[in-house]
Design a binder for this molecule. Structure first.
Ligand SMILES: [Fe+2]
Length: 243
């Protein structure tokens, strides 16, 4: 008798539909340096199955000192390039930002100037060196403004490895967690991969993002579709599709 193992027919990211974390806006952070590169990245994301892309450039005082107006100018530049170029691209109809959780964030938030992705989500990150002591208070303050905080790539903070109680507390406080898809490979290291699998297992992620900065990330996303961990996310209840 002949037995064959049924292989999943899902081989791209169309199950997510939208990417809500990436650096494809031209010239304002460590992502795409110009519009031509943005278009290449967008075409590649489309080929990977994404039908919508929401750019989230860094806002990080002293390193990527973006403001709503620098981000708007870069977005306008990209929209012009999209309008004048034939090709298949995902929908790009708004943008957010990835905010470094620091004193500058507090000042932007207190002026009510936070950019959100989707209707009301605010993407925040912490330093890779150390925990942000104000995170819990900011999670509370963001929600007072009627918005929902989303912590980017919780699995990438080495000082949080094994701290499942901390992640649970974040979720209880009303903070959502976002998986970096490439964490499922060993791209950011084995500890990150292990933490990502633990958080997935507990179903503590709400969102998944590519965090695309350059073409190297696109190559890795293609590799991910062929990896065994890919099958762990194809049926996961991420919220991306509702964007
Ligand atoms: Fe990012």
């Amino acid at each position: 008798m002949f037995f064959s193992k049924k292989k999943s027919s899902i081989t791209d990211f169309s199950f997510l539909a939208a990417d809500m974390h990436n650096h494809i806006l031209p010239g304002i952070d460590d992502g795409a340096p110009d519009s031509a590169t943005s278009l290449v990245l967008l075409a590649e994301l489309s080929a990977l199955g994404f039908t919508k892309v929401i750019p989230t450039p860094h806002t990080y005082q002293g390193i990527y000192p973006n403001t709503p107006s620098t981000i708007a100018a870069s977005y306008d530049q990209l929209k012009k390039a999209l309008d004048s170029t034939a090709g298949i691209f995902p929908i790009v109809d708004h943008y957010g930002s990835e905010y470094m959780m620091d004193g500058h964030f507090t000042s932007i938030r207190s002026k009510n100037e936070l950019l959100s992705f989707g209707k009301d989500r605010v993407l925040v990150e912490m330093s890779f060196a150390d925990n942000a002591p104000m995170l819990m208070d900011e999670i509370f303050q963001i929600q007072l403004q009627g918005k929902i905080p989303v912590l980017a790539h919780p699995e990438r903070y080495t000082y949080l490895f094994g701290q499942m109680g901390y992640f649970e507390q974040l979720i209880r406080m009303g903070c959502e967690l976002q998986l970096n898809l490439l964490s499922l490979l060993e791209h950011y290291g084995k500890g990150t991969q292990k933490t990502a699998l633990q958080l997935l297992d507990k179903q503590w992620y709400s969102w998944a993002g590519t965090d695309t900065h350059h073409i190297g990330h696109i190559q890795l996303l293609k590799q991910l579709t062929q990896s065994k961990n890919f099958q762990k996310i194809v049926d996961y209840p991420f919220l991306n599709k509702g964007l």
